[in-house]
Design a protein around this ligand. Structure first.
Ligand code: C5P
Ligand code: C5P
Ligand code: ZN
Length: 464
């Protein structure tokens, strides 16, 4: 890790150690939950009293409440986009990886972007929290402890997607976890659900990559497995982890051949196999074993207002709260399937440089970004970023997602969305590849026009 970032982590840690009581404010997704859990663990060990609050996004309302409470506050997985609105006269510590608000500054600010490290691929919010926890140190904390949570957060933020593996600081954390014996990694089929789902469901629900003729078609998925010589098993379908290595290899090569025969792009064919990350101390055959399934389980809690459930699971509850999380996961999966169906039915509108859909009240504002991302992955048109709108209490929620190819052409969604949202009286930010905003309802058309122009400019200027 970068030496100056390490020093910054030490400075932030020293600012926390001065206090007997702090507050944590974190984000309601897998990365935010794991970031908060890491802080909770180490503060507990240090005997520093702490409370946690989870928010959909950091806005002035939340920051006013933080200022009123006047208790030293650690922001995890959020904060960097709101530096100019941070309360003064109290200790504020930020451990975040979002793009930084250039109009303000905070002394105790740990963010990879400050040190030339890419916060959308090389370090997550939970990774920052991990670095801070390691700097805080505590008698019980060994190097590599809590790295499992940091990697769940990074995978939840899709940080392994760009290269099909974790890189940069994430990789250093991964190796510390492997050396500590809590993490393992290997190349494997990329599909979701290898620990817990019946094999045919890996094909049936595959969205990254989308498998023409198999995705969404149960009979065809089962037939594919039969032809590949993969036995379903006895009364209960087997899962991926139940297959022998030879069967797994056979299935992967059948899939590769199938995808090539369907003329899928080599980009998509390559996505069939990626690096995967396992938590070695969790039980095999459970969501918690696989970082991707774990992060989805967490998203199923906090994004639906049950952050306490996800936090408890991160902190080690393997009974009541884990059972609650499982129930929430079933609902979450249904909602994602319904959401994708809705987008297919309503269709996506293309402007000159962006495409969008409006989910109204049919998709929750807290998961519409996930649906947007999955829709773009499956879309024939990957040449334009996608914008999704959904109703929220605070106004109109916007979620935007791009691709690595567009980023190479100059796309930066956080820059564009931050500027355009501000022009219509809203707020927004995020990362180059994924960003969001809340804007006044009446401003949707104006906002879209501004975005279309802004994205056109980004791609044109960079293309020159
Ligand atoms: O707020 P936060 O930083 O945790 O969220 C990051 C978001 O970026 C996630 O919703 C994740 O799905 C999205 N993302 C993406 N594609 C990538 C990397 C991140 O959609 N390649
Ligand atoms: O909500 P969604 O998943 O679309 O968010 C994508 C990214 O944009 C996340 O990293 C989120 O933290 C960020 N975001 C933001 N400000 C908002 C809404 C989202 O920085 N008002
Ligand atoms: Zn994050």
């Amino acid at each position: 890790m970068n030496k100056s970032m390490k020093e910054r982590a030490e400075t932030c840690a020293a600012a926390i150690r001065k206090h007997e009581e702090v507050r944590i404010v974190s984000h309601i997704d897998a990365d935010g939950l794991t970031a908060a859990a890491i802080m909770c663990r180490v503060l507990e060990q240090l005997g520093i009293e702490h409370g946690v609050r989870f928010v959909k996004q950091l806005d002035r309302g939340v920051l006013d409440e933080v200022a009123d409470a006047n208790i030293p506050t650690i922001f995890t997985d959020l904060g960097s986009g709101m530096l100019s609105d941070m309360p003064g006269g109290m200790d504020v510590i930020i451990a975040d990886h979002h793009q930084i608000d250039q109009n303000g500054s905070v002394e105790y600010h740990l963010n990879p972007h400050l040190f030339g490290i890419d916060g959308s691929t090389e370090l997550s919010g939970s990774g920052c929290s991990y670095l801070l926890a390691q700097a805080l140190g505590s008698p019980g904390l060994e190097p590599g402890d809590l790295s499992d949570l940091a990697i769940v957060g990074a995978v939840g933020d899709l940080q392994a997607r760009k290269f099909g593996k974790l890189v940069g600081c994430n990789r250093e954390i991964l190796k510390q976890g492997r050396d500590r014996g809590v993490l393992n990694y290997k190349k494997d089929l990329s599909f979701f659900g290898k620990q817990t789902r019946e094999i045919f469901k890996l094909l049936l629900y595959s969205s990254d990559p989308y498998l023409p003729g198999l995705t969404g078609n149960e009979d065809a998925s089962i037939e594919f497995l039969r032809k590949a010589g993969i036995d379903a098993g006895g009364e209960r379908w087997r899962r991926w982890i139940d297959l022998s290595v030879e069967e797994q290899q056979r299935m992967v090569s059948s899939l590769v051949q199938y995808c090539i025969s369907k003329r899928m792009s080599s980009y998509h064919v390559h996505r069939l196999v990626t690096e995967v990350y396992l938590l070695t101390e969790e039980q095999e055959g459970t969501e918690l074993r696989d970082t991707s399934e774990y992060s989805t389980l967490l998203n199923a809690t906090a994004r639906y207002g049950f952050a306490d459930v996800g936090l408890a699971v991160c902190l080690g509850d393997r009974e009541g709260k884990l059972a609650e999380a499982h129930e929430l996961l079933a609902d979450h999966r249904r909602n994602l399937v319904e959401g994708l169906k809705l987008v297919r039915e309503r269709g996506i509108t293309e402007l000159s440089h962006v495409q969008y859909f409006d989910a109204g009240s049919s998709i929750r504002d807290t998961i519409v970004g996930i649906v947007a991302g999955m829709s773009l992955t499956n879309s024939r048109n990957r040449n334009m970023p996608i914008f999704a709108f959904a109703e929220s209490d605070a106004g109109l929620k916007v979620s935007a997602r791009g691709t690595q190819a567009l980023i190479r052409k100059g796309l930066n969604l956080a820059d564009a969305i931050g500027a355009c949202a501000a022009r219509v009286g809203g707020t927004g930010g995020g990362h180059n590849i994924a960003a969001g905003a809340t804007i006044p309802r009446k401003s949707k058309d104006e906002f879209l026009e501004l975005m279309d122009t802004a994205i056109g400019e980004q791609l044109r200027i960079a293309g020159k």
